[in-house]
Design a protein around this ligand. Structure first.
Ligand SMILES: *Cc1c(COP(=O)(O)O)cnc(C)c1O
Length: 372
């Protein structure tokens, strides 16, 4: 989500606080680099750095020596270029939409070429600008999402002029099942990637996302492209998370009340108090990216405070009867994501993945960057 268009929210005014630990993100980058040995490591900062602020995240990674970044959209790349200056390489994963090539050249972005059409358009842009333009060629090694299919690679490489004015800096592909080490598609995709890249101009190769790094050296090639792991999402689901958490989300208590036995709670009275019950209403709802269907809990001092009834647009009602009476007051912060509930756990409650939790984080939080 692009935060640049939204107003910063003061800590006092905000209903909830989002703390982003740039120190943890830097440590995660160092851990991935250590795992990669000599292989270069880029930073994937698409979707505004998975919701955490692409400029801030990328600046922190630059301090660790990262000089290559991937975004999904041209506009994300142009904003990142403004934030980082001219020293870094910024790849646009979705490629350049037809007609926007000049904008991409102007911003100094590198197109990821996903089709023969994108290649022709980039070649034409090179000719118009009178310069050689850098590009990555993405091949579809079996995910069927983005990249040139094998027939397209064959057609393109049969044309001696296909790469005129284009400097291929990277040949890449993406894995469909890297988070499942036993998935047979992983090795099939690696072999297909091998076959296709040999047909293309000789260039450094890139295949692994966060989880791909854990598949081992044969998957890492010359450049790894982690995103999720940098932000603390577990790249090895089902095993202990080797990454540090980088996000904390806390919401303010708006008010507390004693519910009488039988009281209906929230929209549709989806919950009724079976007995007198202490409740608190917090300032966070589905408009802040907390999934309406995620029945979960908040935490205070490590004590679990279950949600009561439905998640509203701007608020959630908590059962606080596990806390001593009057322990929780208006303005106090309860944890939604943090030491008591990881991003991956919150995602599990919502029936989704940590990626969607992070990229859904809303615009109304006070954002605090620490450890930069
Ligand atoms: C999003 C993306 C990545 C990063 O994936 P993670 O699972 O977040 O590490 C790498 N490469 C491509 C092509 C992507 O779309």
């Amino acid at each position: 989500m692009d935060q640049s268009s939204s107003q910063p929210v003061s800590e006092a005014a905000a209903g909830a606080l989002l703390t982003i630990d740039l120190g943890a993100i830097r440590e995660n980058y160092r851990r991935l680099k250590a795992q990669l040995g000599g292989v270069r490591c880029a930073g994937v900062v698409k979707a505004d750095g998975y919701g955490l602020g692409a400029g801030q995240v990328a600046t922190a990674l630059m301090a660790e020596g990262c000089d290559t970044f991937f975004v999904a959209h041209l506009t994300e790349g142009a904003l990142l270029r403004q934030a980082l200056g001219s020293a870094v390489t910024i790849y646009v994963l979705n490629g350049i939409p037809p007609g926007a090539e000049a904008e991409a050249v102007e911003a100094g972005l590198v197109a990821v070429i996903n089709s023969a059409g994108q290649l022709a358009a980039w070649r034409a842009a090179a000719e118009r600008s009178g310069r050689t333009l850098i590009a990555a060629i993405q091949v579809d090694s079996g995910m069927s999402r983005l990249g040139m299919a094998a027939v397209e690679v064959e057609a393109v490489t049969a044309d001696p002029r296909a790469f005129d004015g284009i400097d291929v800096a990277l040949v890449m592909s993406h894995l469909a099942g890297a988070d499942e080490p036993g998935h047979p598609a992983n090795e099939q995709q690696r072999l297909e990637f091998e076959r296709l890249r040999r047909m293309l101009p000789k260039a450094p190769a890139s295949l692994a996302n966060s989880s791909g790094i854990s598949l081992g050296h044969p998957f890492c090639y010359d450049l790894a492209r982690p995103g999720a792991a940098l932000y603390g999402i577990n790249p090895t689901p089902g095993k202990p998370n080797p990454m540090l958490p980088a996000v904390r989300l806390e919401a303010k208590v708006i008010q507390t009340r004693m519910l009488k036995a039988g009281a209906g709670v929230g929209y549709g009275h989806a919950f009724h108090a079976p007995a007198p019950l202490a409740a608190a209403t917090i300032s966070l709802g589905y408009a802040d990216g907390w999934h309406r269907r995620a029945s979960a809990a908040a935490f205070f001092d490590g004590v679990r405070l279950p949600f009561l009834g439905r998640v509203s647009m701007d608020s959630i009602i908590l059962d606080i009867s596990a806390l001593p009476p009057d322990r929780l007051k208006a303005g106090d912060l309860v944890e939604l994501i943090g030491p008591s509930q990881t991003v991956d756990q919150a995602a599990g409650h919502a029936g989704t993945i940590g990626y969607e939790i992070l990229t859904s984080l809303g615009h109304r939080f006070h954002r605090r960057y620490v450890g930069g």
